[in-house]
Design a protein around this ligand. Sequence first.
Ligand code: SF4
Ligand code: SF4
Ligand code: FES
Length: 590
Amino acid sequence: MEDMKENREMKAIIRILRFNPDIDEKPYYQDFELELSSGTTILDCLINIKDNLEGSLTFRRSCRSGICGSCAVRINHRAMLACKTQAMDVVRDGVVLVEPLVHLRTIKDLVVDLEPFYNTIEQVHPWLITDHTLKKKEEAGTVIPADVELLGSVDDCIFCGACYSDCNVIDVDRSFLGPAAIAKSFRFTVDPRDSAGDERIRQLVEQGLYKCPVDQECEIACPKGLSLRRDIIEYLRCGAVTNEVGPMPAHKRLIMSVLDTGASVPVTTTQAVDEYPEYECDFHGIHELYIKKFEGEPVAEVVLFFGCIINRRQQDTAAAIINIFQHNNVAVHIPKKQVCCGSPFMRVGMRDAMKPFVTQNFEIFNTYAIHGVPHILTSCSGCNSTFRHDYPGLAREYGLDFDFEIVDVGEYMTMMEADGNLRLEDLKPVKMRAMYHYPCHIRASELDESIYVDLINKIPGMELVQVPSSGLCCGGGGGVRAAYPEVSDKLSIRRMEVAKEEGVDGLLTNCPFCILSFERGLELMRESGEPMEFGIFDFYKVFSRAFGEEEDGTGGVRVEGVGCREDPVFEKQVYTQLTPSPLTIIPHTG
Ligand code: SF4
Ligand code: SF4
Ligand code: FES
């Protein structure tokens, strides 16, 4: 079996974006058919083409082993090292697309001018700044093994520029430093021998440390596996808070509101948890809703944690989720006191403020787990990623034990399907041509896009159009919408424009932050006179609709925004959803 794999061979088209500014008016694609075998890298293909087929093809390379960083190009729209990429792994429908890095001027073919990228590195003074007035070595700072580990975590950077090319913010705001420069600044900021750390952090905040929506595109691109988002950007944000130069004023207002109300957004109407008083009861001291409307024994019982946005702003989504579970004979426990997961604090560097949120949520979740309901389901991807990734470390610090399992609702639906408990045969057609928007917080929870794409594709009549690995950001995460709304707006509009180019009815997604951000973008597009045949579709509402639920006041789905082609109310529903209402004023932090 192994041998068969090693000896695989195939033909493929290597489609290269070519451009010689001396003779070409504009870039064009040229195809080269090559025989690929196991072990052939994209760089091997380029060398083969240059040596045997097209001598004018221009590209950079040196080490051929992932050390020099000179061969970075875009392969199928994502930045990668050509010498580290196995050609057969990236063939899509018989073709591999090879293009130069973006955000940098093309000099010729695949060679770009890296000067602007290097300039970002220079801006952060990438050298040790020592205080020579300190005589003793100890005063000047001594490097201990733990420091070496921290410094080593970024020293692997080979300045390939892949992260700069794939950074969403660079795409809409060239004043942003970009991930590699931030990582370089981190390298010196945490070096105990450096005496300019505070000033470095102050400058970083000025240079846009809080412009990053923490979508992790840079981490995916980085061939050296740097943990740019969590271990560098969020670490530096904690430093900014310690130095009292962060978070941004808009974040501080948001934080005050969370501390006042226990939630990251004000409630606009009735909270979802207050909409079903007839189901209120007590569960071992927890004031909750227990909803079981079907006959017979439940196939499972789960806890639903809606998160602030769905509970307070997207109550229809909450209703749709309840419906999905009722239809499939799953009883739901909904704790009435749903306190914020604390994500807004974590994302802006206020890690030290997390204790009350972690403690209170853990107490609730543990109570359910102890009494036989161990699955805590989150419908907000931001909550999911915070519970899954941030809470365990924090809980250890606070000495808290936990014995429950955090599961995303879509993930749980897949688990139900595997157990034969998701009644797919009941799904009614929803005629829609949409693009799935993969929320970055879902990816941060290491939940693969295919979980959701496969589920959506089970709905009859649904046509999903995917741009492979598009990696585009809604602009709603990391506190950017609150602090830099103009950056957030540009990101959200750009994402929708990419979808619109594919001729879809709209974007379909399962993150309340993404939905808010896109709704805001749609409103701006409408104000600017853009054509409006475009909707934002909520994954849960679409599923609830497909399960054929009628509105009934107890979790019955209300279908606003679940517009579909050939549906007489499609236009009305989409336009209804475009109503600006509170979208322009209330900041939120994903
Ligand atoms: S997480 Fe995204 S926006 Fe932030 S630096 Fe990385 S690529 Fe850029
Ligand atoms: S951080 Fe990673 S992707 Fe960015 S320049 Fe360094 S090695 Fe390349
Ligand atoms: S040729 Fe050096 S990293 Fe690819």
